[in-house]
Design a protein around this ligand. Structure first.
Ligand code: NAP
Length: 255
């Protein structure tokens, strides 16, 4: 995100725990916001997680009070529980834009799914549902465009997906083909996946939230394409196969 904004000529102040900004510690917010013209908000672990709407609303009001005019929120497509967070942003008085994203392609190359793939098997509660995985670099470019052009994008909700529907099984098959490895996909019920998460040390509350989230998001409601990337950037989104080729060449999925 920061790279895309800098490439567009913006001066960027990255805000994460590494730079002293913490969503769970309100005393760290003002330093991150003061003096900025705009802010891009991405809340862990999920935009619809308990407490997120309150935190985003409070930070957005603080931002408006400090003169940060433009606020862009990263949200998720088809997620009912994200709606109160989006509403909290709209109610803040900011010049707002919401960017609703499909599942990130990079979920396969970073974090727990990448670890599983390195071990040779992806266990996930996605059944045979299809999803248009979106490259986070496309999300970043859309956000940068939205931040930079309030006249065009203020008050709008943009929905961004990749250009092609793929099941998790097909995604794993593409990674297997690109790496030359034997990789398998094992679909499991959401409830079983939640138990596995607890086993990996994820707090029970967070695991229960994620189980419920996957149970709804992966029911086929998102198995269609949207044209947000084309609308904003005037080009097709990056394809999953291009992402896979790059990450495979970088050795991300080496055993
Ligand atoms: N993953 C997807 O496919 C997807 C799709 C659509 C929308 N989204 C939305 O995108 C957002 C981010 O999702 P993600 O999957 O990237 O989440 P994530 O991996 O949990 O978090 C992303 C970043 O948040 C930072 N972070 C974690 N705790 C923090 C804290 N207390 N204060 C400040 N920063 C913190 C981390 O950086 P540091 O460790 O440096 O702090 C990390 O780089 C969520 O709201 C999610 O709903 C995700």
């Amino acid at each position: 995100m920061a790279r895309a904004a800098e490439a567009a000529g913006a001066t960027v102040r990255a805000a994460s725990r590494a730079t002293g900004f913490d969503w769970t510690d309100r005393s760290t917010w003002e330093r991150a916001l003061r003096g900025a013209d705009a802010a891009y908000l991405a809340h862990p672990v999920d935009v619809g997680a308990p407490g997120t709407a309150e935190a985003v609303g409070e930070l957005a009001r603080m931002a408006v009070g400090l003169g940060v005019r433009r606020l862009v929120l990263l949200s998720a497509r088809g997620e009912d529980r994200a709606l109160p967070t989006e509403e909290a942003l709209r109610a803040s008085g900011a010049e707002w834009t919401v960017v609703r994203a499909a599942w990130f392609a990079q979920n396969f190359s970073e974090g727990p799914l990448a670890d599983e793939l390195r071990r040779g098997e992806l266990v996930f509660p996605a059944g045979e549902v299809a999803e248009p995985f979106v490259d986070v670099r496309d999300i970043a470019e859309v956000v940068v465009a939205a931040v930079g052009d309030g006249e065009r994008y203020a008050g709008r909700t943009l929905t961004v997906t990749g250009p092609r529907l793929l099941t998790w099984r097909e995604a794993v098959a593409e990674i297997a083909a690109a790496t030359g490895r034997t990789l398998t996909y094992r679909p499991v019920p959401a409830h079983d996946y939640g138990e596995a998460l607890v086993g990996f040390g994820v707090p029970a509350e967070e695991a229960a939230f994620l189980t419920g989230l996957f149970g709804t998001l992966l029911d086929g409601r998102n198995a269609h394409l949207e044209d947000g990337v084309r609308q904003v950037l005037g080009r097709e989104p990056r394809d999953f196969s291009a992402f896979v080729a790059e990450e495979a060449a970088a050795g991300v999925w080496k055993a």
